[in-house]
Design a protein around this ligand. Structure first.
Ligand code: GLV
Length: 309
């Protein structure tokens, strides 16, 4: 049985080592060196050229290397009959939670102001922020967003969530759908975007959304750059109400050197590093799904492509 690794070569060796250990019966094939496409049974994919998967006529199962699946949903040539599973990697979730906590505390504890005071040699205490009355809003409360919301609530923030259906983790105040979007934003001092990127959420962080947010609010985007309308964010930072944006994701990636985000004084950018899939914790579930497929058992984290996440 052959497993195609359809992603950058830089990550291949770590994955190859895991499969050698966990499933030596699977032969690891590193794309693009695929002498016999018909021999490929399984594929592990991340940001591959659209249409590529249609070249493997005997493909049985595709696993995403990450949590997001927009790269696959956006591929019009994805072989429709092939089941597709995504990863739910606990170590990926932990990294996302850590990054969201960092961004929320950085804004909440006014660290950027203190950095500028230090540069000016100023000893200048600001009024202490009150955590219980600082309202965090988590947009998208699935596997990762739910964990982010729980962690920030654990720090004492007033946390609420927003989702299309209004479903969310037990005990979390939720806002639902289009009707709940602006009320949710209006009570959100720190917005953490963890939404999936779908036709319904592309550009959702736009001028109208920013206008609904309170003065001095912050945006932490750990989802996809496509959620943000760049010019609208710059305008909301320049003229209010948004005071700070921490962006781990941009559109496109990498962000071109001339993009206004790079040098905006109220924007901080990291290169999509909030969290990375860890082959050691993620490979076992890929192998489990391959074995489940071969034994006719249900697959874990099967994606409904129609829904888009
Ligand atoms: C990373 O962006 C992922 O979706 O796993």
């Amino acid at each position: 049985m052959k497993l195609l690794f359809l992603s950058g070569a830089d990550r291949a060796e770590a994955w190859r080592a895991q499969f050698a250990k966990l499933a030596p019966e699977l032969e690891f094939v590193q794309w693009p060196d695929v002498p016999d496409p018909a021999a490929i049974d399984f594929a592990l994919v991340w940001k591959y050229p659209p249409g590529e998967l249609a070249r493997y006529p005997n493909l049985k199962l595709v696993s995403s290397l990450g949590a997001g699946i927009d790269h696959i949903v956006g591929d019009p040539h994805f072989p429709a009959h092939v089941p597709f599973v995504r990863l739910v990697d606990p170590s990926l979730t932990d990294g996302m939670v850590e990054y969201a906590i960092y961004g929320a505390l950085r804004h909440h504890r006014q660290m950027r102001q203190y950095e500028s005071f230090q540069r000016a040699g100023e000893w200048r205490p600001l009024p202490a922020p009150d955590t219980k009355s600082t309202r965090v809003g988590v947009a998208g409360v699935g596997e990762i967003g739910g964990a982010v919301a729980r962690a920030l609530a654990g720090l004492g923030f007033a946390v609420a969530g927003w989702s299309r259906s209004g479903d969310g983790p037990e005990g979390l105040e939720m806002f639902a759908g289009a009707a709940g979007w602006k009320p949710f934003l209006a009570r959100t001092d720190i917005l953490v975007c963890v939404l999936p990127l779908t036709d319904a959420t592309r550009g959702i962080l736009n001028a109208e959304a920013f206008a609904a947010m309170p003065q001095g609010s912050a945006l932490i985007n750990i989802a996809r750059g496509g959620h943000v309308v760049a010019a609208d964010l710059v305008a909301a930072l320049d003229s209010g109400p948004v005071a700070y944006a921490l962006l781990d994701v941009t559109d496109p990636e990498p962000l071109p050197a001339i993009h206004p985000f790079w040098r905006h004084p109220k924007i901080e950018i990291t290169p999509h590093i909030a969290s990375l899939t860890n082959p050691a914790t993620a490979a076992p579930q890929v192998v489990e799904n391959v074995r489940a497929f071969l034994n006719g058992k249900p697959l874990r984290n099967l994606v409904d492509r129609g829904q888009g996440y």
